[in-house]
Design a binder for this molecule. Sequence first.
Ligand code: GRG
Length: 296
Amino acid sequence: MEITTYFASVQQEIEETLARLLPVKNVPEARLYEAMSYSSLGGGKRLRPVLFCAVLDLLGVQEKKAFLPFAAAIEMIHCYSLIHDDLPAMDNDDYRRGRLTNHKVYGEAMAILAGDGLLTYAFQVMLGIRIPGVGAEQVLTATKQMADCAGLCGMVAGQAVDILNEGTPLTLEELRYIHRKKTGAMIKGAIVSAAILAGATKEEQEALAIYGEQIGLAFQIADDILDVIGDSKEIGKKAGSDDKNGKVTYPSLLGIEGAYAYGEEAISAAVGALHLWGEEADLLREIAYFCLQRKK
Ligand code: GRG
């Protein structure tokens, strides 16, 4: 299947699954549900669920439907991170996915709670999942993988180091440390948790983990490049914010061309990690190129 068709089909399935999992209830805290839905529905590339589903396909899972709540829960964690990242105490952004940010619509307190709600609910969904042929231990291991990647071993740690180093010159190695955790961990988590649920061997899990780490790096490099040369309308947020906030980025350290070349090295390494598979891994190979070449 062509990559754009594949993205479109997973996007639709995730939209439907999220809408089902996040109904706005007629309860005193209805506004919290609204705020959670606002930032989860109707936008985003859904890259992490796409990777999750592509790994299931690679490993021969025939019926993906029962796995979709797990993929949607990963997207909830991602959406929570975007809500919190946009808060005045963090990046203080007004636009995300082409719309006003959560705190601009619902206020800061509700935005914090919407993020908290999404993060907690994501783990409730993952742990409650029942998939025919998938054992409880696999579900626990996959959920633990996501907790590691989202929390203190991953995204939260990366965000903390990023904030702690604001205004400080960084080396390439330090920048990589931040992004390996802040951006890369959730991408790798989506890939490895799918591999665990699909019953991949240790060797397959390790190969896919390397693939995830490398495309995570390329994805971040593309993000930094888009912040310099991207179109604000297309990326759905204001371009130029890294420069305005004095952030060290791959282009600021390596120049645009140098950063792109560095991204190409990461893509080669990602594609190289897929050597265990033949053409059944072509979709993952295409997604790797997309991560660097994307326009939004
Ligand atoms: C608040 C704990 C906490 C973490 C925030 C996600 C994040 C960490 C920060 C976002 C800042 C940022 C622009 C990071 C670069 C890479 C990235 C994660 C971009 C956003 O992800 P996309 O492009 O977004 O997949 P969509 O909207 O397509 O889902």
